[in-house]
Design a protein around this ligand. Sequence first.
Ligand code: 4NP
Length: 147
Amino acid sequence: MKRVLCVCLGNICRSPLAEGVLKSKAQEMNLPLRVASAGTLGFHVGSGADKRSVAIGKKYNVDISNHQVQKFSLEHFDLYDIILVMDRMNFRDVASLARNESDLKKISLYLEDEEVSDPYTGPDEGFETLYIILEGHAEHWVRRALQ
Ligand code: 4NP
């Protein structure tokens, strides 16, 4: 089974929701895909997802209430086929740990040439926008992962 890791900074707002959206899309399309998420920061290890991401997920039937924050680590390059980062800083942070060309090739921006911006310090509406953006590109990644 193909494995996708979604990565952001804190692993509390964007990547846990991206994980949930991709899992739910794969299920809806009846396609096998393993999805997880991690953060480059590690500051929130021990927490769950931000309550605003949990709430917006719930609104759209994407349950991320059991999420547990994990920090991105070198071994994730071996455990995942595709690493989807939310913004260019995440890209640089993950790429800085790559050991070789094969590790580097696994990394893509979720929106390919745009960033999924961080809603953490903004208003609640930012989470609705976040969900819509993630959902809009989910089918693309489910199909790409299984090619
Ligand atoms: P995320 O948002 O990267 O989408 O999970 C953030 C959450 C927390 C922090 C930064 C970004 N923080 O600095 O604590």
